[in-house]
Design a protein around this ligand. Structure first.
Ligand code: KIV
Length: 268
């Protein structure tokens, strides 16, 4: 009998090494078993269990209300649906900013209780101690600079970030603190290219141009499932929102007309 060959899980060092090979990294968010399974089977390099769950799943206007327990729940669902992709889980607002001890304890919960392979946290220079403390505890960290949505009120909205000096300092701080990669969100493309050239770890862009080492999109944005907010960078690869609405309208019509269930859906 031949052995079943399972797909090999992508590791943090392999993800990081993609930059040296010039390979572009494809990352998508997911928050549940089904979308994780579909995106994993489609071949993404990493799945981000983003705190964008607060907006696209929970219906909040920002990601601020998301709790660590909710992130643990969603990460567990995603882990069950993933065989190959690296799974990175977001630390939500106020679960790592208070102290380095808080950061390590909560990042550790995402690995220990939820099974994440790495965590992501927002902030550059101001978060370097938190990143370093997690890395020293053996927790791989993906940084996040540029538009950091947890600071939406401080930034005055979901705006393109253009302070090149600050952004380059943030990228260097995240790299020097030991992060294996960093998300770069909503910066002009020439600045995205400059940041990418300035660090040795992969930059994963979202609204940061094509020169980044990889790209990340929010699942609901790319599938056309989230009607409330359509950022310029969010390319729609499908109109699942339209497909779902059409399917449910057809179902309602058939139920009301008495044509569903038909003979083939009925037990004799
Ligand atoms: O929460 C999230 O989904 C993110 C991505 C937009 C990078 O942080």
């Amino acid at each position: 009998m031949s052995a079943v060959t399972l797909p090999k899980q992508i590791t943090v060092p392999e993800f990081r090494a993609a930059k040296g090979r010039g390979a572009k990294l494809a990352v998508v968010t997911a928050y549940d078993y089904t979308s994780a399974r579909l995106t994993d089977e489609a071949g993404v390099d990493a799945i981000l269990v983003g705190d964008s769950v607060g907006m696209v799943v929970q219906g909040h206007p920002t990601s601020l209300p998301v709790t660590l327990d909710e992130m643990i729940y969603h990460t567990r669902c995603v882990i069950r649906g993933t065989k190959r992709a690296l799974v990175v889980a977001d630390l939500p607002f106020l679960t790592y900013q208070v102290s380095t001890k808080q950061a390590v304890r909560n990042a550790g919960r995402l690995l220990k209780e939820a099974g994440a392979h790495a965590v992501k946290l927002e902030g550059g220079v101001r978060m370097r101690n938190a990143i370093r403390a997690c890395v020293e505890a053996g927790i791989p960290v993906m940084g996040h600079i540029g538009l950091t949505p947890q600071a939406v009120h401080q930034l005055g909205g979901f705006k393109v970030q253009r302070d090149a000096e600050q952004l380059l300092a943030d990228a260097a701080a995240v790299q020097d603190a030991g992060a294996f990669s960093m998300v770069v969100e909503s910066v002009p493309s020439d600045l995205g290219a400059q940041i990418t050239a300035s660090v040795s770890v992969p930059t994963i862009g979202i609204g940061a141009g094509a020169a980044c080492d990889g790209q990340v999109l929010v699942f609901h944005d790319m599938m056309g499932l989230f009607p409330d907010f359509k950022p310029k960078f969010a390319k729609r690869y499908a109109d699942l929102g339209g497909a779902v609405r059409g399917a449910v309208e057809a179902y309602c019509r058939e139920v009301r007309a008495g044509t569903f269930p038909a003979a083939e859906h009925t037990f004799k």
